[in-house]
Structures are given as C-alpha cells and as structure tokens.
Design a protein around this ligand. Structure first.
Ligand code: AHR
Length: 502
C-alpha cells in the first residue's frame, strides 16, 4: 500500500494558469486547416476560425497561446500578414516543408482567435532575421492606443483599439534556427531588442511580459551566458527587462535522428519515453540553479514554451508537417509533466505544449471537417482545476519500475492544490503499463467528506481516430473510499486519476 500525504496547511506557490498554455506555429496543418479555415469555408467557422476547435479549446480552458513560432517566428515579417488578404505576400515556409505561406492568418487573425478562445496572447518576435525597428513597430502596431503611424495603420486595417499583448518573446531558439548565436551575442541582442519593446500603458495589468530565449535541453552554458550577459553592467531590474527565460525540451524515445513511432511501441519504449519525460524535472533544477545565482528571488520566470513528445511523422504524411498520432503514452507524458510543473510552480510560470492542433503532441487533430480530442486533450481537461490554484505540500511513496536499468521510472507521480473555492485538486499518474497500486492518502488539516473522481485509463496504445473519436475519454471513477484521516483507492495500470475533495 503506497502512502500518500497531503498537507493542506502547508500552502506553497501559486500554480499559474499559464502552465497549461499552448503553442501554435505556421507549421503543417496547425494554423491553416487546424485553427483557421477562412470565412468562405464549408467548415462551420466564426470569422474564419473553426467553431469545433474553438469550442474544444475553450472547454479545456486554454489560458494562453504562443504564436507565430517556433523557428517560423525568426523568419516572420509581421507586415506581410496585415491589410487586405489579396495583397498579402505569398512566401515560402522554408522551415516547414517549403510550402506556400499566403499570410492570410496574421496579427489581426491571431488576436481574433485569442478573443474567441478567451485566452491571453503570447507573441514571439523576430530577432534572427528582423530588425529592432521591425520588432518595435509591431509592438506599437498591436498595443499603442494614440496618434502614431502604427496605430493609424492598425485602424485603417479595421482595428481601432489596441490589443493586449500579455507576453512577448524576444526571438526563438536563437542558439539554432533563430540565428545560430552564442549566448553572449544573444544576451546583447536581447538587451538591445527588448529596450524597444515599449510599454505603452501605465496600467500594471497591461504591461507586456518580456521573455528571453533560453536553453535547449541541458545546455547550461546558454543559460549561464545569457543570464550573465543580461545582468552585467546594468541594475538587475527584472520586471520590464526580463520577465522570463524560456526552456525547450522534447521527448524523442529513440533520439533526435530516429525519434520512433507515435503508435507502435513495446513496453521497453513505453518506459523509455516516460523516463525521458521525467528528465524535465532535472532540467528545471539544473537551469533553475543557474538562474538562482543571478536572480535568487526568482523574479525571472522559467517559461517552458516548447515541450512534449516528438515522434516520427505518421506514415504517408508530409515529413515537414510533423503530424503525429496521440496515445495513452502521450497522456501519461502530459500528466507526469504537468505534475512536475505544478511542483515547480515557484519558478515555472508558463509552459506551452507543442503544438495545439495537428502538430507533434496536439490536443486536437483534424481531417477536413472532422475533429477529435486526443488523450492529451483529456489530461489538460482533467488538470484544468489546478489553474491558478495553490500548490500544497505532498509526498507519495513510490517503487521504481521499468525494463531497462537506464530507463527506470517511479510507478506514481502526483501533485495537489487547493483552488479558489477551497476545493482540493489531486492528480496522480500510474506509469506502469501492467500493474495497479493501492494508495492510502492521508490528508492533514481538513476532512475529506465529499469527493469525486475521474480517470483516463486505457491500454497503452489506445488512441482516438476519426472513425472512433471517443475511444479514449475520461470516466467517473468510483473506486475512492473514505478512511480515517483521508482516502484510499487502487489506481489502475496506465492511468491518470483526478480527485476533487470539496
Ligand atoms: O515545434 C517545432 C519546432 O521545434 C519549433 O519551431 C522550434 O522552436 C523547435 O525546434
């Protein structure tokens, strides 16, 4: 019997809702087809945005959306995507398949999408191939509410009022596709570019939070170099200078070159994938320790703005479109990673799984007019109750399981929070492909009289398809029993459990 302790009297950090954030790039069928079909499409839409997709994303409470990339961001010139659509420049999407990008989805469309989703906006600017002036004018175009050339241009293009840009990324992966820079060179570029990302409002609620490009996986030299360069020879005034530093980490079970199938895998690969996903915690600790040196008060947020599984593309699909299916393995990766983010919510303030629709670990897949919610969608839907809740101190006893010495994992992961209504929200993953585990939960500081539970539990390869779009879905779980001081239950193999205690 695994002991699980939740101390409701020891409240920890706020779990920012943005930890449940998403990412959408001009890549494959994410923007075009997945989100945006245009006003004249037969697919039901509002101002060009697919109604079915918007509804599904609202249901799981998407809190923030990052756009337009990714690697695409450092080649994106925002002026190409404004004004009458027939006049918009057609260009090659060099990163992603060499296909024609007609720029019919640009700034106005992104802002309209976020309006319909009811989510915050995270715009990623172009440092790699764009100028300081271009970036500065984009910010002016989007956020300045007064008399200025950019504000007039916005009004001429149909939007008189400024929009709110909640987060602004100053470049993307500038150690690679965003310009192949050294950390010191990027640090200097960051200092310069961010200076002209102006705050046009005095309202503290309308300040743009600026995010610097952080490391790839375990590249601590990048983190050290950027932090050192950015905080050298200037007062460390974090807010309005650097509000966040990003981190990118993808799980490729068989490594970057081979990656591995999204749907065909054995138990060895199952554990290998989960072990690699658990590495996220080491990365947070590793980069967090360096950030602590320069920012001991943790004023600079860690922003994991690209994470998730990255498998070999589905057979027969365009290799540059990164379309992959999504199984219970993805659900477990999402569940354990979100538990890690919750537990590190003192430093991790935003995370954006890659990517929203039809690319990598998506929550939604589409095929023509058809749409399905993936197992990963169900995890975000179950975990949404943690958004803006307060993390509680908790500990679960675990056993180490797996098939290969190098890729052993704990059988269980968890996190617990208390939400604004005082409800206790508990999420637990069982990473075993075969075994269930009895768990005895001791809840200190409150009674567990009234509770409910839902579970996502299927065989490890289970997935939703366009023929069977609801094969994997959450179900009520009636296996939770009250015991003295808490609850007990047996968590089935390959499952994610969400318990609410009122
Ligand atoms: O998400 C796909 C790509 O992965 C992004 O464009 C890039 O930032 C990362 O390498």
């Amino acid at each position: 019997m695994a002991k699980y302790i939740i101390n409701t009297e020891h409240k920890k950090s706020k779990i920012n809702k943005e930890i449940y954030g998403h990412f959408s790039e001009h890549l494959g069928r994410c923007i075009y087809e997945g989100l945006y079909v245009g006003e004249n499409s037969d697919i039901p839409n509002t101002n060009g945005m697919r109604n079915d997709v918007v509804e599904a994303l609202r249901e799981m409470r998407i809190p923030v959306l990052r756009w337009p990339g990714g690697c695409f961001a450092d080649e994106y010139h925002w002026r190409d995507g404004i004004g009458p659509k027939e006049n918009r420049k057609k260009m090659i999407n060099t990163h992603w398949g060499g296909v024609v990008e007609d720029n019919s989805f640009g700034t106005h469309e992104f802002m309209e999408l976020c309006r319909q989703l009811g989510c915050e906006t995270y715009i990623n600017g172009n440092v790699g191939s764009g100028t300081v002036q271009e970036m500065s004018e984009w910010v002016e175009y989007m956020t300045f509410n007064g008399v200025s050339p950019m504000a007039s241009m916005r009004a001429e293009n149909g939007h008189k009022d400024a929009w709110k840009v909640d987060f602004f990324g100053v470049g993307n992966e500038n150690w690679g596709c965003g310009g192949n820079m050294t950390p010191e060179f990027y640090g200097d570029m960051y200092r310069r570019y961010q200076t002209y990302v102006r705050q046009y409002s005095d309202d503290p609620e309308k300040q743009i939070k600026k995010i610097a490009c952080g490391a790839n996986v375990a590249d601590t030299e990048w983190t050290e170099g950027v932090m050192k360069t950015c905080f050298r020879h200037c007062e460390p005034k974090f807010h309005g200078f650097m509000d966040g530093l990003s981190l990118h980490y993808y799980v490729h079970p068989e490594g970057w070159e081979i990656k591995g199938s999204a749907t065909e895998f054995d138990e060895k690969v199952w554990y290998k994938t989960l072990a690699k996903a658990l590495y996220m915690e080491d990365l947070i600790n590793m980069h967090g320790t360096i950030m602590d040196k320069y920012d001991p008060e943790k004023k600079v947020a860690m922003i994991v703005d690209e994470w998730g599984t990255w498998f070999t593309v589905e057979p027969g699909t365009h290799p540059g479109f990164l379309y992959q299916q999504n199984t219970m393995r993805d659900a477990l990766v999402a569940g354990l990673t979100l538990n890690i983010f919750n537990k590190h919510s003192d430093r991790v303030k935003m995370a954006n799984i890659a990517q929203l629709v039809n690319v990598l670990q998506s929550v939604i897949l589409t095929e023509g007019p058809k749409m399905l919610k993936t197992p990963t969608w169900h995890i975000f839907n179950m975990y949404k109750y943690h958004q803006d809740a307060t993390l509680l101190d908790s500990y679960i006893e675990t056993e180490t399981i797996g098939e290969e010495e190098e890729y052993m994992v704990p059988n269980l992961t968890e996190s617990a929070s208390v939400d604004a209504d005082g409800k206790l929200q508990i999420t637990i993953t069982n990473l075993s492909a075969t075994d269930s585990y009895p768990v005895e939960t001791m809840i200190t500081g409150r009674k567990a009289e009234k509770f409910s539970a839902e579970i996502l539990c299927e065989e490890m390869h289970a997935k939703n398809t366009f023929d069977e779009p609801d094969a994997v879905h959450t179900k009520n779980f009636d296996g939770v029993e009250k015991i003295h001081g808490g609850l007990k239950f047996t968590i089935p193999a390959c499952s994610v459990l969400h318990i609410t205690v009122e």
